[in-house]
Design a binder for this molecule. Structure first.
Ligand SMILES: Cc1ncc(COP(=O)(O)O)c(C=O)c1O
Length: 371
């Protein structure tokens, strides 16, 4: 538990969701105004335009806007026919939505250990394949893509479907290829914390398969066709026109946000590399730094120390998914790498509104902590 007095003023916030730029605020308000005027509040033209834009960006034929990243994963898995009796292999370190989406279909999440880059280790994935395995779900954690070439090869050899959970990795690259362009489907979250962010909940599935596209259109509206006839039980997971309109206005700015986050990483790297583990990029990779996660000795003490200096940090995530109370029944416990790393990871502030002075302040305090 944190022992920090509550009167310490925050100097470097972990997140800042205010819209402080006047031009941006006017732009977003204009999007809302346009929607109020045309009045197609549900599945209005902005939804389709955003679907086209994101599909195009990912080099895909279809995009389907949904209510959240969680919906994208859950409805995406359902659209692939995954359900009871199936196993889906995924990383053990992710936001719990990844596991929940699998479990809610009736399938069993099979958790694989991670590598030092915090992404799933392809060699471990391969060892977990059984006759029940139907799909691999690769989570591009922290905004760094998984080793997709290896994962796709494993999937092809074993005839498995691939779902990319690209929630944290909009516009990231692996071997020059964009996130969302690998799997049978790829899923995005555009919740307000993300690099490409709505002002509320939002998600997207992209695919090249027409059958999957048709199925998703039905699944996102209670499993209906022709708006009335229900052919499969599902839920209401439509993307709001309002959020689509905001996202469309923000789409052009994503490149700048990513560039700034990459610049922030380049400010942190040289200052921190001798005192803590830092994220690393190999050739052909372009991480988007949804989070900048260090690997720190005495992590909890460091976190408390930084709080006393007005620096907000977060542990993402303190629990491995297999250790969550809701997943105890699966009895999956052996993750040596993830267990070592989960005690050491810490996300330090890295959002695009921070200045060079903020970053230097955080870095110098981390250096001071380690003497
Ligand atoms: C890796 C991952 N998967 C899924 C989700 C779920 O997305 P949402 O919050 O939009 O439902 C998130 C959101 O943080 C995420 O980080």
């Amino acid at each position: 538990m944190s022992m920090v007095a509550s009167n310490i003023k925050t100097k470097v916030p972990f997140l800042d969701l205010r819209v402080t730029d006047d031009n941006e605020r006017q732009n977003l308000l204009a999007a809302v105004d346009a929607m109020l005027r045309h009045g197609r509040i549900v599945l209005g033209p902005e939804v389709q335009e955003l679907e086209r834009e994101i599909a195009l960006r990912c080099g895909r034929k279809y995009g389907v806007g949904v209510n959240s990243g969680t919906d994208a994963l859950y409805l995406g898995l359902k659209s692939l026919g995954i359900g009871k009796g199936d196993e889906v292999i995924t990383t053990v370190l992710s936001w719990i939505a990844t596991a929940n989406a699998i479990a809610l279909t009736g399938a069993t999440p099979i958790f694989a250990d991670i590598d030092d880059d915090l992404n799933v280790d392809p060699a471990r994935v391969e060892r977990l394949i059984t006759p029940r395995t139907k799909a691999l779900m690769s989570v591009h954690y922290t905004g760094k893509m998984c080793r997709m070439t290896q994962l796709m090869q494993i999937a092809n050899e074993h005839n498995l479907l691939v779902v990319e959970d690209a929630s944290q990795a909009f516009d990231a690259r692996y071997q020059g290829r964009i996130a969302g362009s690998f799997g049978d489907i790829a899923c995005f979250s555009m919740n307000p914390m993300k690099v490409f962010a709505a002002c509320g909940e939002a998600g997207m599935v992209v695919t090249d398969r027409e059958d999957i596209y048709e199925k998703l259109i039905s699944l996102r509206y209670n499993g209906t066709i022709n708006r009335e006839e229900c052919v499969e039980t599902s839920l209401n997971g439509r993307l709001d026109t309002l959020q689509a309109a905001i996202l469309l206005r923000r789409l052009d700015g994503v490149k700048d946000i990513i560039q700034k986050r990459r610049e922030i990483a380049s400010w942190y790297d040289p200052q921190l590399k001798d005192v803590v583990g830092i994220p690393k990029e190999a050739g052909g990779e372009e991480d988007v730094y949804y989070t900048y996660q260090i690997r720190a000795d005495r992590r909890n003490e460091l976190k408390t120390f930084l709080e006393t200096r007005g620096i907000e940090t977060k542990i993402q995530h303190p629990y491995l998914m297999a250790d969550q109370p809701a997943y105890q029944h699966l009895q999956q416990k052996i993750f040596p790498n993830a267990r070592r790393l989960v005690e050491r990871i810490l996300c330090i502030p890295a959002h695009e509104k921070l200045t060079r002075a903020d970053i230097d302040y955080v870095a110098s305090n981390i250096r001071e902590f380690y003497g």
